[in-house]
Ligand binder design. Structure first.
Ligand SMILES: Cc1cc2nc3c(=O)[nH]c(=O)nc-3n(C[C@H](O)[C@H](O)[C@H](O)COP(=O)(O)OP(=O)(O)OC[C@H]3O[C@@H](n4cnc5c(N)ncnc54)[C@H](O)[C@@H]3O)c2cc1C
Length: 326
């Protein structure tokens, strides 16, 4: 429960937008999930920093979302405060010499794909792999998003990070990037999450037009290989030396459904929402895929998406290794 004073301040910082029991599904690419007890959509960086400062002083926990494209929110919703970060200014350098590397600063709520497309249109190389990846720049840094041979770790220069009431500048190394992960993604339950406010990227001139070509190829490949229905992208991380989608397909699970959630016919590592899927439906398919892949191939699939909110059981996903020994 937020105090009246904090509610009033957050209402002002979200420009009159503090919601109560507000549906979160519209803020996710899955279009699934219950309500936030409190919801603030913040669009200006100064307002975001002011809100974080107030929350820190009041020792009030919160959940921060970017584009909601790498998460499954429970049907029970999220207690307490959820902030949606829509601070999205991009500061392109005014003058740059031809053939010179440039550094561009972008606010963390900016959509990654839009930022990447604009960089390609400006004749810059470095982000052509990202032109079709949904979600925000902040979320992409947290998960070290990547595709088509590129990833955030290879282009990020630094990030401005809010942590424990202070704004710090972290050079990319401090993110301790791993495959689809960073030290921010590895935050333990109970730890106050650090918030990425903005980031700088080093981009080079696309002298031979290669980046533009790669961007076009990336868009076409996605159209060919990925479903167009609502989803959260890849559900499981690829296990070392293999592909989660290949194993799920080999286990015979393509097209399996639970309610309105189905394992995509086009790409078995995607679960799609055909309209009214619930988080429980998605979780049932995730548990099925983990159980069958473990039983048939002895490979444990680890979720790439984050399971967020209040779940009926803990942990929300059963461990297939334990189930099989029962
Ligand atoms: C169709 C589809 C295709 C996809 N393809 C790819 C792909 O090719 N490669 C890939 O890597 N991913 C892919 N994804 C997954 C997703 O797009 C990325 O993981 C994306 O970078 C997540 O960003 P987001 O803003 O949506 O994060 P969210 O889902 O909003 O949040 C994810 C996590 O990041 C945290 N977070 C968000 N913003 C901040 C911030 N500013 N500071 C601190 N923490 C923050 C949240 O608290 C949460 O823990 C795909 C998703 C979809 C739906």
């Amino acid at each position: 429960m937020l105090s009246a004073e904090l509610s009033a301040a957050l209402d002002e910082l979200s420009r009159g937008g503090l919601g109560r029991n507000a549906p979160l599904a519209p803020f996710t690419t899955f279009r699934i999930g219950g309500s936030a007890e409190y919801l603030a959509v913040i669009r200006h960086l100064d307002d975001l920093i002011a809100a974080l400062t107030l929350l820190h002083r009041a020792q009030t926990p919160f959940l921060l979302l970017g584009g909601g494209s790498n998460i499954l929110i429970s049907d029970e919703g999220v207690s307490g405060l959820t902030i949606v970060n829509q601070c999205k200014a991009i500061h392109w350098p005014e003058h740059s010499q031809q053939n010179e590397q440039i550094v561009v600063e972008v606010e963390a709520g900016a959509p990654l794909a839009g930022f990447a497309r604009e960089s390609v249109n400006r004749g810059l190389a470095g982000l052509s792999w990202a032109v079709s990846i949904p979600g925000s720049v902040g979320g992409a840094i947290v998960g070290n998003a990547g595709a088509h041979g590129g990833d955030i770790a290879s282009v990020l220069a630094s990030a401005r990070v809010w942590r424990e009431g202070r704004v710090e500048t972290w050079l990319a190394d401090k993110m301790a990037f791993e495959y689809r992960s960073s030290r921010l993604k590895r935050t333990q339950p109970g730890q106050t999450p650090a918030v990425i406010l903005s980031a700088t990227f080093r981009l080079r001139p696309d002298t031979e037009g290669r980046a533009a070509k790669q961007a076009r190829a990336a868009i076409q490949q996605r159209r060919r290989t990925q479903p167009t229905e609502k989803s959260a992208g890849s559900i499981f991380k690829n296990p070392p030396g293999d592909y989660a989608g290949r194993l799920i397909e080999l286990a015979g699970l393509k097209g399996c459904c639970a309610g309105d959630a189905c394992i995509s016919e086009r790409h078995a590592n995607f679960i799609i929402n055909r309209g009214r899927a619930t988080a429980a439906d998605v979780l049932a398919l995730m548990a099925l895929a983990r159980r069958e892949v473990w039983r048939q191939f002895g490979v444990l699939l680890e979720p790439e998406i984050l399971l967020i909110g209040d779940w009926p059981s803990s942990p929300p996903l059963p461990d297939p290794r334990v189930e099989n020994t029962r």
